[in-house]
Design a protein around this ligand. Sequence first.
Ligand code: CDP
Length: 222
Amino acid sequence: MSQEQVEVIAIDGPTASGKGTIAGIVAQRLGYHYLDSGALYRLAALTCLDRQVDLLDEAACAKAASDIEPIFRDGRIELFGRDVTEAIRAEIVGITASKIATLPSVRQALFDLQRRAKKAPGLVADGRDMASVVFPDARLKVFLTASAESRAERRYRQLIQKGISANLTSLTEDLAERDRRDRERKTAPLVPMPDSRILDSSNLTIEETVETVLSWWREVNQ
Ligand code: CDP
């Protein structure tokens, strides 16, 4: 199978919409590879933080992004010989990722790494610009949303479960700020494509959301 023939399901959406969970399960059910593109932005952000890079210095941020060679193994992520699986989930890393993601040369630096994830038998890719920029050829494009309240609550529960203290009010403000940055940036803004299918998961369980994506997948393959 040539790389062009490999099937891609793109799942884009705002912060804390549940993309990662849904994309991971869909990939598992289909026996496909899974690309968490947000993790790459987080790895680049962690590298910027470790190097104490000035986030307004685009060249230095892009250098940090192009230096990463992460190893994904058994659900763990290793970067420069260190296990950073938990470290990249910290809120400060998410906020920094959202800031450097507005820089075109950072996005460019991560482009090939993302394209290389397209491998047989198929790929489920989650992010903000999977359908618009990285895999415009995806056979199925899903735009996964949820109301701001349910996303803030989900993120809150996620953090508390991990033993990280969180405050719902500041989380809600933080998510709104990240949404604004994702939607308003000039390069690869978060928008559904004309051929994206919109899925609002506010009142759906994980299983119902997964089932909807899988039923759309069966439909496009008929
Ligand atoms: O956890 P959360 O949904 O907030 O974000 P994530 O998917 O882990 O991605 C971290 C940040 O990277 C996001 O806030 C986005 O600004 C950025 N990102 C992006 O710009 N493009 C992507 N394809 C993936 C993430």
